[in-house]
Design a protein around this ligand. Structure first.
Ligand code: PBG
Length: 307
């Protein structure tokens, strides 16, 4: 039996078990480093991340989406040894007490910050898939529970499924960033992941916000390619899509409250225009109202005690 970590959730209320806390591990960081705009979120070293997770677990948060930022940038990424070390260390320590999702993309590894391998001013799809396959395989070998491809290239989910079967990981799970817009709400994240794209923007692979049909089609396509869970992103600007996606695919579909959305709540409260916890709970309740089955938010650890 393959475990369904995030089943379709009929309830309207927020619960800890549907929340996913993002985490950052940066090879350049000694112990921990503040992240501008993101409140209690920090970048951790590969050893201090253990303590950070322990604290979250005590609060009742046990789902994590991990972003790993390695020192070395690569033109054709194939060395994922730092990723392996980090994932292995975390899973060795916590085992089944946590659900560990790994963001699977190339933007914090490539020299130009693009989500794929580039050639002149465009993406080389074959080379991109090859690198992503190596990455995902390494993460699974290290003990990752769910692979979360966020690159938005054509047929990545299909390619990963093929690689998993070839490598004996047929039962491995994929949470696809299946409807991901080209958005201006990723600013704080790009600062931490050092992933601002150079040369050209991401409009050749991320979705245009104005096109609803295309947005839904993208999730349907990822479902057909073999994703186990779907996701819309940014969450708050995608609340009209979740229901339709679920109806078409019958798959659990979550929402990602991205860094810019979350930072705006922080800024409102810093300016004394509102209470942080009230703002956060309201924003997440709306995602729930829109039928999100799970929610990725930088504020998961902060509201755990209210749920
Ligand atoms: C990487 C990735 C991004 C985010 C998650 N994975 C950034 C991007 O597409 O530029 C955004 C997360 C956030 O803003 O919180 N592909």
């Amino acid at each position: 039996m393959i475990k369904n970590y995030f089943p379709i959730d009929q309830s309207k209320s927020l619960k800890k078990k549907i929340l996913i806390q993002p985490l950052f591990v940066d090879q350049k960081v000694k112990n921990s480093k503040e992240i501008k705009g993101l409140g209690n979120n920090k970048s951790w070293s590969s050893s201090s991340i253990i303590k950070a997770i322990e604290k979250d677990l005590k609060k009742g948060i046990n789902n994590f989406l991990l972003f790993i930022v390695p020192n070395k940038k690569q033109k054709n990424p194939e060395d994922f040894s730092f990723h392996y070390e980090v994932i292995r260390r975390i899973k060795n320590y916590f085992g089944k007490d946590i659900v560990l999702l790994i963001d699977t993309c190339l933007c914090s590894i490539t020299v130009d910050g693009h989500c794929g391998v580039t050639h002149k001013k465009s993406i080389d799809l074959n080379k991109t898939h090859y690198s992503l396959g190596l990455a995902a395989n390494t993460y699974l070998e290290a003990g990752a529970d769910i692979i979360a491809p966020s690159d938005m290239m054509k047929n990545t989910t299909k390619y990963l499924r093929k690689i998993f079967v070839q490598n004996g990981f047929s039962n491995s799970q994929i949470m696809s960033y299946s409807t991901k817009f080209k958005s201006h709400f990723y600013g704080p994240f790009r600062d931490i992941a050092k992933s601002s794209p150079q040369g050209f923007d991401r409009s050749s692979y991320q979705l245009p916000v104005e096109d609803k049909a295309k947005a839904i089609k993208s999730s349907i396509s990822n479902a057909a390619q073999g994703a186990n869970y779907l996701m819309v992103k940014p969450g708050m600007t995608s609340i009209d899509l979740i229901r339709d996606i679920k109806k078409e695919t019958l798959l659990p579909t979550g929402a990602y409250q991205v860094s810019g959305e979350y930072a705006s709540l922080q800024m409102l409260s810093k300016a004394k225009f509102g209470n942080y916890v009230d703002l956060l709970i309201e924003s997440l309740t709306v995602l729930k109202r829109a039928q999100a089955d799970f929610i990725i938010t930088y504020g998961a650890r902060d509201i755990a005690k209210y749920l």
